[in-house]
Unconditional design. Sequence first.
Length: 181
Amino acid sequence: MADTVVTDTHASGDDPNRRDFIHIAAGAAAAGAVVGLAWPFIDQMNPAGDTLALASVEFDLTKVAAGQQVVVKWRGKPLFVRNRTPAEIAQAIKDDNASLRDPQRDEERHKPGKPEWLVLIGTCTHLGCVPTFGGGDYGGWFCPCHGSHYDTSGRIRKGPAPRNLEVPDWDFVSDTKVKIG
C-alpha cells in the first residue's frame, strides 16, 4: 500500500490569503512612510499666511482725482487704479476699432456704467517691467524697458508686449470703495 502524506498548509505559513495580506500591509506601510516624508515638502508649496492676507485688497477711490492714478501694491505687484478723464475714455472707445494685437473693447476692461475707473496690473506683459503713464504714442502707458506702448485702456498698441495690461478681478464694495482680488 502506498503511504499517503498529508500536509497542513495552514500550519506551515504557506496560505496564499495570508501572504497577500502581508504584501498589502507592507505596501500600505511603505506608502504611508513616503507620504509622511513628502508632506512637509508638499505643504511648504502652499501660500504663506502673509500672502493669503494679500489675496484681496480694498481701496478708497476718493483718493484719486480725475486724470490721476494711484499705484497700490497687491500680491507683490504694482496695481494701477486710474480715474480716467472724459477725453481718455473717448479716445479708448475710438480705439476699439483700431487694429489691436490683443483685441478687446474698452467696455470689457472696466465695470459697466463706470468707464472712468480702470484697474490694471501694472506690469508690462513683455518682461514684467513697470510702465509709466503719459508716455508713448497712444496717450496711455509706455514701458521704457523695451518700448511697449499701451493706449488709455491699457491695450497693447506697439512694441514687443504680446498682451494688454491685465485687468484683475475687482468689484465695487460701495460707491467709493473697490475690492481687488
